[in-house]
Design a protein around this ligand. Structure first.
Ligand code: SAH
Ligand code: MG
Length: 226
């Protein structure tokens, strides 16, 4: 009993990225959480981080695409659940964020694992031609609907699309009228969620974790409705 547990555990370790799993609230990630708090950088919160870790453990992705790097927090976290030899591509358009992300990724010793792609995702996505096991959408909320076709083009069948901030502080789910400025974002997000839910190639579940997380599994050919 004890022996088989041991075997399983070391099996897991062998599959992940050099066993360098960084934990939220510890070491570099803790420092980054404090930096994000001080500078109002909207990184994933603790419960979303924990969700990503569990999902990542289940999917064991070799290739992850992230849209919205910010300071590199979620990318560094996700590097811990990569399959051995796995890679993350992450897109960011803001110069200051890019500088900070490079600095943090270097400090984590993950320059060979995480590729930060500078540019606006609407320009970058059409230029990418890879297949991803997991995609983490975490950029400007009003743009998700525009990014979706490119993401689905690159998400492998059997892969997982995770979209963050889909409930936008409750505004997306509530029937309450929202201020004019936010109305477009909320409407775009509602359209995004409807599109996810109505896509016959996807199974989607929306969780109220953090600021709202949509999980969309892209079906295998054999799992399509007849
Ligand atoms: N994923 C990060 C947080 C990302 S915050 C984490 O949890 O650690 C959202 C980031 O997306 C911001 O840094 C913003 O500059 C970037 N962003 C927003 N819209 C973008 C776009 N269209 N292209 C590239 N980056 C974008
Ligand atoms: Mg987010």
């Amino acid at each position: 009993m004890f022996e088989s547990e041991q075997t399983e555990r070391s099996g897991n370790d062998a599959d992940t990225c050099g066993g360098k799993m960084m934990k939220p609230g510890k070491g570099l990630l803790k420092e980054m959480e404090q930096y994000a708090c001080r500078h109002h950088v909207p990184i994933i919160n603790r419960e979303t981080a924990e969700l990503l870790i569990v999902l990542g453990r289940l999917v064991r992705p070799a290739r992850i695409l992230e849209i919205g790097t910010a300071i590199g927090y979620s990318a560094i976290l996700l590097s811990g659940i990569l399959a051995k030899g796995g890679r993350i591509d992450t897109i960011e358009r803001d110069e200051d964020m890019l500088a900070k992300a490079h600095e943090n990724i270097k400090r984590a010793g993950l320059e060979d694992t995480i590729a930060v792609i500078a540019g606006d995702a609407s320009d970058v996505l059409p230029c990418l031609d890879k297949s991803y096991d997991m995609i983490f959408m975490d950029a400007a909320k009003g743009q998700y609907i525009g990014f979706l076709p490119e993401c689905l083009r690159m998400l492998r069948n059997g892969g997982l699309l995770i979209s963050d901030n889909v409930l936008y502080k409750g505004m997306v789910a509530s029937g309450e009228p929202v201020g004019r400025k936010k109305r477009t974002i909320v409407n775009n997000m509602r359209e995004y969620l409807d599109t996810l839910r109505n896509d016959p190639s996807l199974d989607t579940s929306i969780l109220t974790v953090g600021d709202g997380v949509a999980l969309s599994y892209k079906r295998l050919e054999t799992e399509m409705d007849p």
